[in-house]
Write a protein that binds this ligand. Sequence first.
Ligand code: SF4
Length: 232
Amino acid sequence: MYVNFGGFVPVSTVDWHGRAACTVFLRGCPARCFYCHNVAIQDGEDIRDADEIIEMIRGSRMIAGAVVFSGGEPTMQGPALAYLAAAARRMGFSVGLHTNGIFPRVIETLIKERLVDMIALDIKTTWDRYDDLLKLPASNAVKQSLSACKSAKADGSLETCEIVVTLFRGHEAELPEIAKAAGDLDLVLQQGVAAGFAPFNLKELQALAAPLGRRLRIRTREDGEVIYDPLQ
Ligand code: SF4
């Protein structure tokens, strides 16, 4: 089995809330978000034997109890992702996935085969703007991924699922619809950072979260991750 490799971080405390994880970046992503921070691994090739990646994961065993697959878009390499996730499982790691949801069948398979414990699914904008933002017909696929995550969370086959919203100034009005789509899943509101946009600060994001009337987590560069709970 071969993997188009994007990078490896032996231990991270920011890729899985509350967990120390190693992070495997898989190269390649069909989307073209204007704010992408991993442009260098959107394309290109660095083909490695999957067993080489498995040894990297094994090397993190003493410091990390979980592995997170990120990218790029890891589900673009479905068979390799399943192979690596199964190997991580056998080594006793919990398995997390960061995904844009464009390949719902891969997500469904990982859930069905019990190869994933945590999914962080991006919902990037309102459904009517989705295809324009990503520059590809993605909205139905992401809806299908969201639905798979909700079902799996409800029936217990997925331990943790969070919806990640990256919010940019001028797009505040999209938040209520996205939060509604997330339903009961955990919600993470992330400060969008890109040229031409003054990033929201924590206070501004808290003010935007208030009308939602629900608990969520807010992520900014300046303050890290903060829990927002209207009942506290
Ligand atoms: S989906 Fe993620 S990796 Fe792909 S272009 Fe958008 S931000 Fe970058």
